[in-house]
Design a protein around this ligand. Structure first.
Ligand SMILES: [Zn+2]
Length: 330
């Protein structure tokens, strides 16, 4: 049964969509308006990532969001993996362990509302480009730096999707193929392996022999986080600072490569690690300038993303309002 919109919605003509951010540990559904504002949100933790279990959790949060939203234009879902936005099928997702999973069609059957699905990082890029630091630019990149590194590129005002929806997989360009850490994709020294939150932890482990008295890593595995290392670095801990320095050097390398490929006006850093703010920006900006050779120096702004953890939900809803993910943004 369709719920009639509230009187205020009728008067303002503002549409509402459900934006879903599906991650490896939890799923969040937000009620989002056309200005990118999240009106309410519903979240569930995910422990079992099998398709049927995730669909149940998704169904629960989307159902709760729909109940509070009244009439909605569409549902947008950002999911990890290689996704065909035309069919809503997750072609493969190492994070979720899925292959050819009919995510969009299954949800569409369940709810009497159009459903659109796309890669989570592309959705976040669309959100940050529309409502955050990408607004007003034509050439823009977003990096979401958390457990891994997700990315998205806007070039000439168009969101790059690629021939097989793989454009923007910035996390898997190699920056240290001979002496780097092994990436989840199997290659050595991917940007993600070196410069994600996991990368920061690895840099700390790699330096442990040089700091035999350091207690930085003397915690149980579940307590060890990139945030702990970053906070220790900010507090002046020698081991953590050395790890942070190596981490920032690798992050700068990847950023300079993006500048060489794209010559963007702005690169926004989002995800958990970006909560380091100026501590992160100060560590990378000068090195990025040094590594920028064939593109004018100092012209690409490196900033912290504005939408933070909301980018995925807002971007997924923005995609839903637009009737699916397409390259043309103007
Ligand atoms: Zn990789």
């Amino acid at each position: 049964m369709r719920v009639e919109p509230l009187a205020t919605e009728k008067e303002s003509g503002m549409r509402t969509a459900i934006g879903v951010d599906l991650g490896g540990s939890h799923v969040t559904a937000g009620v989002v308006d056309e200005d990118g504002a999240i009106k309410e949100r519903h979240e569930r933790d995910l422990e079992d990532l099998s398709f049927d279990v995730v669909i149940e959790a998704l169904g629960a949060v989307v159902g709760a969001a729909l109940a509070g939203a009244g009439k909605v234009a569409a549902i947008g879902v950002g999911s990890p993996g290689n996704i065909d936005p035309k069919t809503g099928i997750v072609r493969w997702s190492p994070n979720l362990g899925w292959e050819n999973a009919p995510l969009g069609p299954t949800l569409a059957k369940r709810f009497d509302v159009p459903v659109f699905v796309a890669n989570d990082a592309r959705c976040a890029t669309l959100g940050e480009y529309t409502f955050g630091t990408g607004a007003g630019t034509k050439n823009f990149a977003l990096l979401t730096i958390g457990t891994g590194i997700g990315g998205g590129i806007v070039a000439g005002g168009e969101l790059l999707l690629g021939d097989h929806f793989g454009a923007g997989e910035i996390g898997h360009h190699q920056i240290r193929p001979t002496d780097g850490f092994i990436c989840s994709c199997g290659k050595v020294g991917c940007f993600e392996a070196q410069a994600s939150g996991t990368g920061l932890i690895r840099h700390a482990f790699a330096l442990a022999p040089s700091f035999p008295k350091s207690a930085l890593l003397d915690v149980t595995r579940d307590k060890l986080s990139s945030k702990k290392i970053r906070k220790a670095a900010q507090a002046g801990d020698g081991h953590a600072l050395a790890a942070w320095k190596n981490y920032a050097a690798d992050l700068a390398l990847g950023l300079a490569n993006i500048i060489a490929f794209l010559n963007p006006r702005r690169i926004a850093l989002g995800g958990g690690v970006s909560s380091a703010g100026d501590f992160m920006l100060d560590a990378v900006r000068a090195r990025v300038e040094e590594l920028t050779t064939s593109v004018p120096r100092g012209e690409t702004e490196i900033v912290i993303a504005r939408l933070g953890n909301d980018a995925g939900q807002v971007g997924a809803a923005t995609m839903a309002f637009r009737g699916g993910l397409t390259e043309k943004l103007q």
